[in-house]
Ligand binder design. Structure first.
Ligand SMILES: Nc1ncnc2c1ncn2[C@@H]1O[C@H](COP(=O)(O)OP(=O)(O)OP(=O)(O)O)[C@@H](O)[C@H]1O
Length: 294
């Protein structure tokens, strides 16, 4: 069996006085697609940085593809997109891509790489003149240049438009289907829900949840009944309702028994305009988990 893509044990990382990662244990097997979630400052980027050998742990160990992180990176095992990933200035995209591809023994064929990452129209452009989303696409092309078995992505779609994000995740799904391990930190919880087969939630430098998205969502019991209602109408005494949230003209009732709540509302003659009933989202679950960890 090949070694795990990532094997983190007791990882502790400090930035000066700040304890950014606090005793993290995390193993990620080959071929998994894993989302790292958590609020600002949870330690996601620091974990990615340690996995790339960019940050020295105060304690614990990190093995990447069975090796120390820097060795795995040097051997071309890891493709990375970082939040503040830099590109050399005063160069054209095509030149940078050419240089990076040349450093690998078996680079991804250029035509296919460019088509996959949607960078065809950017090859003649100055790196300095790229928009945020275009820059992220070029960074993706660079990350994929060596056909690495492991991708570490820190908020890879933060600057992309809707179309760019969709194309990006289609690419990630294709890569995952070919056996690439994909680990990504994100604040787009709907992307994590749709793409990841495993979700890791961090808060305060620690792991607070780890499992399939459906399992994480199930930590939040109950469902939400949402509808349009005039200001001033009170719903906190409706049966089974555990919380009332109002945004503009929309009321959201958290309920432990949808049928009982709806029956009572209908009996009271509430018109239930734009009625919507839904289960807990990954966002609800993460908020609940992170709140509990504070
Ligand atoms: N270079 C640094 N110097 C000092 N403190 C840092 C540095 N980088 C991160 N930190 C601190 O370490 C903690 C973890 O930060 P980290 O960037 O890993 O979190 P994150 O989960 O990636 O957050 P975000 O979602 O905002 O990117 C935070 O308290 C942050 O302020």
């Amino acid at each position: 069996m090949p070694p795990d893509a990532l094997d983190i044990s007791g990882l502790t990382v400090r930035h000066g006085e700040v304890l950014a990662v606090d005793g993290l244990d995390l193993r990620i097997g080959r071929g998994e697609t894993v989302a790292l979630l958590g609020p600002n400052g949870a330690g996601k980027s620091t974990t990615v940085g340690a996995a790339l050998g960019l940050l020295r742990p105060a304690a614990g160990t990190v093995r990447v593809l069975g090796r120390p992180p820097a060795d795995a990176v040097r051997a071309g095992g890891v493709g990375a997109m970082l939040q503040h990933g830099g590109l050399p200035g005063e160069a054209r995209v095509g030149e940078v891509l050419h240089l990076v591809r040349r450093s690998y023994a078996d680079p991804w064929p250029l035509d296919d790489l460019v088509a996959t990452t949607g960078t065809g129209g950017l090859l003649g452009r100055d790196v300095d003149a790229l928009s945020g989303g275009q820059r992220q696409r070029v960074l993706l092309a660079l990350a994929l240049s060596g056909q690495p078995p492991l991708l570490l992505l820190d908020e890879p779609t933060s600057a992309m438009d809707v179309e760019g994000r969709r194309a990006f995740w289609t690419t990630m799904r294709d890569l995952a289907a070919r056996g690439t391990t994909v680990v990504f930190a994100t604040h787009h919880l709907e992307e994590a829900d749709a793409v990841a087969d495993r979700v890791v939630v961090m808060a305060g430098g620690r792991l607070v949840a780890d499992g399939p998205s459906a399992g994480i969502r199930s930590v939040v019991a109950g469902r939400t009944v949402r509808f349009s209602a005039p200001d001033g109408a009170a719903f906190d005494r409706v049966p089974a309702v555990t919380g009332v949230d109002r945004v503009g003209g929309t009321v959201a009732l958290a309920t432990t028994d949808v049928e009982a709540t709806l029956r009572a509302l209908l009996a009271d003659g509430v018109p239930l305009i734009d009625l919507e009933v839904r289960g807990a989202s990954l966002e609800d679950a993460v908020l609940s988990l992170v709140g509990g960890a504070r």
